[in-house]
Design a protein around this ligand. Structure first.
Ligand SMILES: Cc1cc2nc3c(=O)[nH]c(=O)nc-3n(C[C@H](O)[C@H](O)[C@H](O)COP(=O)(O)O)c2cc1C
Length: 350
């Protein structure tokens, strides 16, 4: 068994770790590997923040946490484990050649004592599913109930509760989309045409949004900011841009919450683990961030999930996943930046 991770091993590990989810598939995490010290450093690519959709940088940090968890799982599959996490204070450490990249945290790597992490395999297959779900059978319901073993998880499987939250999600999401600055940022991350240079690399492609090439052809026009402004004023426009059936067909909405002192980074690690657990059960999922970002929605979420007591107010909502068995298809690959693009060469610092 290997005792050391070489730089070429690290490239293979990074190839797996880059599968972790990130808001808008912006992929803000990049990495460096110090072979002599057997140390991995996570960098934050500041140019991949979402200043309008995520002004406080919460989703950015959740995405970094998910990326770190992904790295830990990829090491685990090869018999290594990450040591104590050391948070780095951004710009005070060595500066990367790309000025937008700042060190975020690091850890030593050593030979693992126990077996591989049981969720490591799921990291290779998990993907977001934005289409409809199959009507849930008893087996699906049992699997979803088993998720309550996961700390901070609450399940909403009541059909009318799901319908109310789905409608509220549409209200909150469409209200954001109607803001010119929000829409411009979202549009920047949309990839409708295969000829787009970001298609299969980052952002949200037509395939991952669950729209056919035929629909994508029209969507690329409807989603032009000036046309969207006109169409969005028409009656029924919300239903066109945020359709309810994929949301309402979910077997359950699964809420993950955390105590108030848990950082977004740590929440990102837990969020990714929950999602992998869902994948391991043979189920599919997709986040519903608008429900935990919008104040009106947060109040409704607390009510629907029975989080209204004083003790229950002492938790923050990490995110909600709509969960079920994908109907009529498999989730499309969202595409990722290449390992070369994600690698930071510390030695070349400015
Ligand atoms: C913090 C966070 C928030 C997200 N919020 C949403 C969301 O509100 N709606 C959505 O459709 N996908 C959301 N996603 C899913 C990402 O868009 C998705 O992970 C990314 O496009 C990569 O695709 P994959 O999950 O198939 O690998 C979120 C992901 C993360 C990590």
């Amino acid at each position: 068994m290997k005792k050391k991770v070489t730089s070429s091993d690290f490239l293979e590990i990074l190839d797996e770790a880059r599968r972790s989810p990130s808001a808008h598939n912006a992929q803000p995490a990049c990495w460096s590997w110090n072979e002599a010290d057997q140390e991995v450093t996570l960098w934050s690519d500041e140019s991949r923040r979402l200043p309008i959709a995520d002004p406080k940088g919460r989703d950015h940090e959740i995405s970094l946490g998910a990326a770190w968890e992904g790295m830990s799982l990829a090491f685990s599959r090869r018999g290594f484990s990450l040591g104590r996490w050391q948070r780095l204070e951004g710009r005070s450490a060595a500066v990367a050649p790309q000025a937008s990249r700042v060190p975020f945290g690091r850890s030593k790597v050593s030979v693992a004592e126990g077996p591989a992490d049981s969720l490591a395999e799921s990291a290779l297959t998990r993907r977001s599913w934005r289409g409809r779900f199959c009507p849930p059978d008893a087996g699906t319901r049992d699997k979803i109930s088993s998720l309550t073993k996961f700390p901070g998880v609450k399940i909403l499987s009541d059909v009318s509760g799901i319908e109310r939250l789905a409608r509220d999600y549409r209200r909150a999401e469409f209200a954001c989309m109607k803001r010119a600055d929000y829409f411009a940022e979202l549009f920047h991350w949309m990839r409708f045409r295969r000829s787009h240079r970001g298609y299969g690399v980052d952002g949200l492609s037509a395939a991952t949004l669950g729209i056919s090439s035929f629909e994508a052809f029209f969507a690329q026009f409807m989603m032009q900011p000036f046309l969207f402004r006109l169409i969005s004023r028409l009656p029924g426009a919300a239903a066109l841009f945020v359709p309810l059936p994929p949301l309402q067909s979910a077997a359950a909405f699964v809420l993950l919450s955390a105590e108030l002192d848990v950082t977004p980074f740590e929440q990102g690690r837990r969020f990714y683990r929950l999602w992998l657990q869902i994948d391991q059960l043979g189920l599919h999922a997709c986040p519903l961030s608008a429900l935990v970002d919008n104040p009106t929605s947060i109040a409704l979420v607390r009510q629907e999930f029975g989080l209204s007591g004083s003790q229950e107010n002492a938790v923050q909502l990490t995110n909600i996943l709509r969960v079920g068995v994908a109907l009529g298809g498999v989730p499309a690959d969202a595409g990722r930046l290449s390992t070369t693009q994600l690698l930071v060469q510390e030695g070349d610092s400015a």
